[in-house]
Design a protein around this ligand. Structure first.
Ligand code: NAI
Ligand code: MG
Length: 357
């Protein structure tokens, strides 16, 4: 079988890490019973924007919709394009257009990486953040009244739909069901946000009745962030609205060492449209061109992509390759992990590890 992949490196270190992800994919495909066919695109980048005055071609939807998955680097070049323009003009269009309503981020302390949380070992931190990815606080409903006067009023509404809330909760409950601990935590703030968040709580309660074997708890977002740091071992699957999930899914990976290793999937669970896999990190303008970007987040994203495509043995083989190289440690690692390796040398080491397995 052949999986057709759209490859979009984007900006900054995305251009450096994506080829390392491809190296790992090629290495694992060589040992398994499937082929990968890549088509690379130059859009969703500052260069494309400079040339065309927009982030994507008008036909992006039809161009991409037939792929089995999208393998994405990062977008953002704040000196060239304002961040809200680059993000809303590309990645957010993909997420919404392709109904990738589940943003899934594993938070797992890998062997060989020191957690910034004192005394935490691999095994102590192993959970998922499931973020609603299409509605909630990130809506365009709102506006400015009486602009540039003393009466200026700025409003931006949260939009929750029953369909939107229920489907992300269902996704999270199903994920919890597939795991050993069968525990789900809901992020809320129903004490302060008095309309939408009580609604969210109510939907969680209703959904939980359908999953009697899953234990459920909830925390307000403020104490929840504290508990991520103080008690990361409490969590198994954490489900959250768009904004809360955004915050938690950066904080989670930060608790497991460098942001450079964290992967994510933007999933369309119904598989009507392609899902998109990308590292959690952005384009890192401060280190671009130095060759020191950690490629592990990109390579782990490749592993998640293969799992989504049903290639579970291959997905596991990539993650095992990453873990063995990290466990060996030493100079091969990139500077963010204390080594002196480069994006390319660490990527090559992981690809070799995958090949010999
Ligand atoms: P960032 O993730 O690009 O960088 C944050 C810090 O982490 C920087 O110090 C950077 O050097 C470091 N870092 C990130 N990835 C690394 C890696 N692989 N290896 C080693 N160090 C790494 O986030 P920031 O600075 O907030 O945003 C920079 C640009 O990226 C902006 O234009 C932003 O909009 C965009 N961005 C794009 C995302 C995406 O494409 N999904 C996600 C987050 C930010
Ligand atoms: Mg974020």
């Amino acid at each position: 079988r052949t999986h057709r992949i759209a490859v979009i490196p984007g900006d900054g270190i995305g251009v450096e890490t994506v080829p390392e992800g491809i190296k790992a994919l090629d290495a694992v495909a060589a040992n398994h019973d499937f082929e990968l066919e890549y088509t690379e695109y130059d859009f969703a980048s500052a260069n494309y924007w400079l040339k065309h005055g927009k982030m994507l071609p008008d036909n992006w939807f039809d161009e991409l919709k037939g792929y089995d998955a999208i393998f994405f680097g990062a977008v953002g070049a704040p000196d060239v394009v304002p961040d809200h323009v680059s993000l809303w003009g590309s990645l957010l269009k993909f997420r919404r257009g392709f109904d990738q309503y589940a943003n899934v981020r594993p938070v797992r302390l890998l062997p060989g990486i020191k957690s910034p949380l004192a005394g935490r070992l691999p095994g102590d931190i192993d959970f998922y953040v499931v973020r609603e990815n299409t509605e909630g606080e990130y809506s365009s409903v709102g506006g400015i009244m009486f602009p540039e006067t003393d009466r200026e009023i700025v409003m931006q509404e949260t939009v929750m739909t029953r369909t939107g809330v229920d489907r992300i909760l269902k996704y999270a409950f199903e994920l919890a069901e597939s795991r050993e601990r069968k525990h789900l935590t809901s992020a809320t703030k129903s004490n302060g946000i008095s309309i939408s968040m009580p609604y969210w709580d109510e939907r969680v309660k209703e959904m939980s009745a359908k999953y009697p074997d899953i234990s459920v708890d909830k925390f307000h977002i403020d104490i929840l962030t504290a508990n991520f740091v103080l008690h990361p071992d409490w969590f198994d699957v954490v489900v959250a609205s768009n904004l809360f999930g955004d915050i938690l899914s950066d904080l989670g990976p930060a608790c497991t060492g460098t942001i450079g290793v964290a992967p994510s999937g933007n999933i369309n669970p119904e598989r009507i449209y392609p899902s998109l896999f990308e590292p959690v990190h952005g384009s890192a303008p401060d280190i671009v061109g130095k060759g020191i970007a950690n490629p592990v987040g990109q390579i782990w994203s490749a592993s998640m992509m293969l799992n989504h495509l049903g290639e579970h043995a291959a997905g596991a083989a990539i993650l095992e390759g990453i873990e063995r190289v990290l466990t060996r440690g030493g100079d091969a690692l990139t500077p963010d992990l204390g080594g002196s390796g480069t994006t390319i040398s660490l990527g090559a080491e992981i690809a070799t590890e995958i090949s010999v397995a």
